[in-house]
Design a protein around this ligand. Structure first.
Ligand SMILES: [Zn+2]
Length: 410
């Protein structure tokens, strides 16, 4: 077993002062001014900001497309043998929505009371700005080796098929580690939930509501199905980092028919979040087990379970002693801020790194509650902090001489 703590410094020196604390604000404002609403637009303007900024810092820049107008911009700085680290943030934002819901133009950054407002400020142009500034400073440092790649990706807000999922298929997510930007309050999130989505269709012999003994109510079967599924879930392991999970969420229930008729069909669309250390297939299997328990073929009760919208995705977790996570602790110490962890509850492109076998941490400035909402903002203090953190974390990780064992996920 590779000793993950070898070659690591035993003391952490204080970080040098930030040479230009406003640079990350300017870059964030440039990104906010480059509309990239999704659905509804493209990411070309935002990709151009990345290209302009890192192109002058010696990065090799290329764009890869799954579809015209939907660029993924990859900026690479190769310093020979050593670890490969990817810093990834999505270029797109949710649509701004009605202009009247905003206090100002969503595409013009405004600074008030220590907050920067604008569409994408926290999700995730603030995080991308922090990565860009960090990458520019890393280009000026000589104390690291290996390969640093910044990826600005398309389409995260509408399924990632043209972004991270496409890069996965192209083999472009393979690295020793990755940081995926999402608003986490500038704390690293070592694990994220997956989700298991199923569509369950129940069929029964219906009947007139006046003679219910002549049929079987499909909605009543759905209730029994939910009860069995919840019993099975209570037998599953829990994780204190993700309270209230695992739980069943029936987000859609449909029983077309008439009040005067016992329903003969009922359809449920269900979500169960997949905890770290759990397999997606294990959770999907619960839907089938509950269906087998409730089905009654001689009585004409059948249940069909299928994946909904592809069935969801795996959870993701990085080893607690992975050097990238330890580098976040060292950076916090050097910057004089408390070290800690958070549990990012939203979806992220980290799930595609999981499939590539690349350990990833989700991290970025801002609060998830401010994402996808009018008057989106990011605290300036977190924006500055995130840029410093990413610089120190990457420099630390890229100073290690050996490559790490691939796929050190748990
Ligand atoms: Zn996001």
């Amino acid at each position: 077993m590779h000793d993950l703590t070898q070659d690591r410094p035993t003391t952490v020196s204080a970080a040098a002062p930030d040479p230009d604390p406003d640079e990350v604000l300017r870059v964030c404002a440039d990104l906010i001014a480059a509309p990239s609403e999704n659905p509804g637009g493209d990411e070309e303007a935002a990709a151009a900001v990345v290209e302009r900024y890192l192109g002058s810092s010696g990065f090799h820049i290329r764009r890869v497309y799954a579809r015209p107008g939907r660029p993924n911009v990859l900026a690479t700085l190769d310093r020979g043998p050593g670890p490969r680290l990817i810093l990834q943030a999505h270029l797109d934002t949710k649509p701004a929505g009605p202009p009247a819901a905003w206090s100002g133009d969503p595409f013009t950054a405004r600074v008030t009371d220590g907050l920067m407002y604008g569409l994408g400020a926290c999700d995730t142009k603030g995080g991308l700005a922090a990565m860009l500034v960090a990458a520019d400073r890393l280009a000026r440092r000589s104390d690291w080796q290996g390969q640093l790649e910044v990826q600005g990706v398309a389409d995260e807000e509408d399924g990632s098929a043209l972004g991270a999922e496409f890069l996965l298929a192209e083999g472009l997510l393979i690295a020793d580690a990755a940081v995926v930007s999402e608003p986490t309050g500038a704390l690293p999130s070592p694990a994220q939930l997956g989700n298991a989505w199923a569509e369950v269709t129940i069929r029964t012999p219906g009947a007139h509501a006046g003679t219910p003994w002549k049929g079987i109510d499909a909605v009543e079967v759905a209730r029994r199905y939910v009860a069995v599924l919840e019993r099975l879930l209570r037998e599953m392991p829990t994780d204190p980092a993700f309270p209230h999970h695992p739980r069943l969420n029936v987000g859609h229930l449909m029983a077309p028919g008439h009040p005067g008729t016992l329903s003969s069909s009922c359809m449920l669309r269900c979500d169960i979040r997949v905890l770290p250390h759990q397999r997606h297939a294990t959770v999907m299997d619960l839907y089938d087990r509950a269906a087998r328990e409730v089905a009654d073929p001689p009585a004409g009760v059948s249940l069909h379970v299928g994946p909904y919208q592809g069935g969801g995705c795996e959870s993701h977790a990085i080893a607690v002693d992975h050097p990238l996570l330890l580098a976040f602790d060292a950076a916090a110490q050097a910057l004089g801020v408390p070290s800690g962890r958070c549990s990012f509850a939203g979806g992220s492109d980290a799930r595609y790194f999981a499939r590539a076998g690349t350990p990833a941490v989700v991290h970025g400035p801002g609060d998830l509650d401010r994402a996808h909402a009018p008057d989106e903002f990011v605290p300036i203090s977190e924006l500055r902090l995130a840029a410093r953190q990413i610089e120190l974390v990457a420099a630390d990780f890229l100073q290690s001489p050996g490559r790490y064992p691939p796929g050190r996920q748990i």
